[in-house]
Design a protein around this ligand. Structure first.
Ligand code: ADP
Length: 189
C-alpha cells in the first residue's frame, strides 16, 4: 500500500526527530533532502562542494538539483508500494509542483502534509543549542536567521498550497519530543 507524507515546518521545528519515529512506526522511508545533501558534502562529490557553499549561507540549493535527487530516490521505489515521508522537501512552490508531477507519473499522490508549528524565537534557541552540541556548519546565528527568512518567503507559501488541496494537518510542535509525537500520532489514530 502506498503512503506518502510530507513534513513541513521551519528549520529547528523537530521535523527530523519526529520523522524518524513516524517512519519506524509506519514502515516509511524517510527522504530528507538535507541529509542527502550532507552526504554529498561528506563524500566530497561535485554537487556536495557546490551545495556546501549554498547551505552555509542558509540559501536554498537549486530546484533542479533537488528535484533530480528526489526523482532518483523515487525511481528506486518498489512496485508494491511507495511508502515515503518527505522531510525538508518540498521547500518551494516549484518543488511542490514537480513532486505533484512525479507522483502523478507513478499513478499516486500525497496522503497528508503535516505542519509542525513552533514559534520563531523557540526554533532559533533550539538551533543555537544544536550548534553547540553537533557543530553543523550552517547552525550559526547569522545563517540561522537567514534560514528563517528564507523559510518565511519561499517555503511558508506551501502551507496555503497544501491547505487548498485539503491535505494540511497542523501539529503543535512545542513541548517534549514525546508530547509532540503523541499529538502527531493522533492524526493517524
Ligand atoms: P533545517 O530544516 O534544519 O534547516 P535541512 O537539513 O532540512 O535543515 O537543510 C539544510 C540546508 O540544506 C538548507 O538550509 C538548504 O540549504 C539545503 N536544502 C535542504 N533541502 C532543500 C530543498 N528541498 N531545497 C533547497 N535546498 C535544500
Amino acid at each position: 500500500m502506498n503512503e506518502l507524507l510530507i513534513f513541513l515546518g521551519p528549520p529547528g521545528a523537530g521535523k527530523g526527530t519526529q520523522a524518524k519515529k513516524l517512519c519506524s512506526d509506519r514502515s516509511l522511508t524517510q527522504l530528507s533532502t538535507g541529509d542527502m545533501l550532507r552526504s554529498h558534502v561528506k563524500r566530497g562529490t561535485e554537487l556536495g562542494v557546490e551545495a556546501k557553499k549554498i547551505m552555509d549561507r542558509g540559501e536554498l540549493v537549486s530546484d533542479d538539483i533537488i528535484v533530480g535527487m528526489v526523482r532518483d530516490e523515487l525511481s528506486n521505489a518498489s512496485d508494491g508500494g511507495a511508502r515515503f515521508l518527505f522531510d525538508g522537501f518540498p521547500r518551494t512552490t516549484a518543488q511542490a509542483e514537480a513532486l505533484d508531477n512525479l507522483l502523478a507519473s507513478m499513478n499516486t499522490g500525497l496522503d497528508a502534509v503535516l505542519l509542525l508549528e513552533v514559534n520563531e524565537e523557540e526554533v532559533i534557541q533550539r538551533l543555537l543549542k544544536r550548534a553547540e552540541l553537533e557543530g553543523r556548519s550552517d547552525d550559526n546565528e547569522e545563517t540561522i536567521r537567514n534560514r528563517m527568512s528564507v523559510y518565511k518567503s519561499q517555503t511558508a507559501p506551501l502551507i496555503e498550497y497544501y491547505d487548498n488541496k485539503g491535505l494540511l494537518k497542523r501539529v503543535d510542535g512545542q513541548g517534549t519530543i514525546d508530547d509532540v509525537y503523541a499529538r502527531l500520532s493522533g492524526h493517524f489514530a
